[in-house]
Design a protein around this ligand. Structure first.
Ligand code: PGA
Length: 246
């Protein structure tokens, strides 16, 4: 719930211009998506146009495909508007909106059914990490989705490991800490399919910035970032995108 219409427009135009300075338009060396608030999606889509560098995503969706669910936004509506991605299970939604693992799994498949690529967020709180519960928490959150349709549910899906204690706090997990959890996630998927485990993109989120992006992205199992605060200024976000170049 950051920004305004004019800020969103300014950001997208600056990103389009900035990305064209270091990415190959025919084979962009990294994929960049932006997930503005619902109200700005349409304008954002118009500005993105046919850009080879940028895709559009939303921050949440309804678990239902249509109907009398006042205030909710369906995956079909987002798809119609040109969204490619949608975030599901962000820790702020789990926390402030009491979204359960079951609801997050419902949303994950609602996204897939609408032709969107869900970005499934997983992550432990500080007290859970301190109690050595990180793997248990991640396993529970991941299993809620895995148990529905097996590992094939993760074809055309993205996972984001976002330790809650690192989101918006300025505290970043060390590259090694993040790498260990990413390996744990991949191993869980590999029990059912080594191919899907290898190919699924696992992003790290939690205070990613220009100064730490390169070290995080250089880890073998960290495929990119889910960026909050540092995406609100084009120059900060562009530094991260440049660090993600293959
Ligand atoms: P942050 O946010 O980059 O500001 O920590 C990450 C997020 O909200 O997913």
């Amino acid at each position: 719930m950051n920004g305004s219409q004019s800020k969103t427009e300014e950001l997208i135009l600056a990103l389009k211009k900035g990305l064209s300075a270091f990415l190959n338009p025919n084979h962009p060396e990294c994929h960049v998506g932006v997930c503005p608030p619902y109200l700005y999606l349409q304008k954002a889509q118009q500005l993105i146009g046919q850009s080879p560098y940028l895709s559009l995503g939303a921050q949440d969706l309804s678990a239902y495909s249509d109907g009398a669910y006042t205030g909710q936004i369906s995956g079909n509506m987002l798809h119609e508007l040109g969204c490619r991605y949608v975030i599901v299970g962000h820790s702020e939604r789990r926390h402030y909106c009491a979204e359960s693992n079951t609801l997050v799994a419902d949303k994950f498949f609602a996204a897939k059914n609408a032709g969107l690529i869900p970005i499934l967020c997983l992550g432990e709180t500080l007290s859970e990490r301190e109690a050595n519960q990180t793997e248990t928490v991640i396993a529970t959150q991941l299993s809620a989705v895995l148990e529905r349709e097996g590992v094939t549910g993760f074809e055309n899906a993205v996972i984001a490991y976002e330790p809650v204690w690192a989101i918006g706090t300025g505290k970043t997990a060390t590259p090694e800490m993040a790498q260990n959890v990413h390996v744990f996630i991949r191993k869980m998927l590999a029990k059912e399919s080594q191919g899907i485990a290898n190919s699924v993109q696992i992003l790290y989120g939690g205070s990613v910035k220009g100064s730490n992006a390169k070290a995080l992205f250089s880890m073998a199992d960290i495929d990119g970032g889910l960026v909050g605060g540092a995406s609100l200024e084009a120059q900060d976000f562009l530094l991260i995108c440049e660090a993600a170049k293959l």
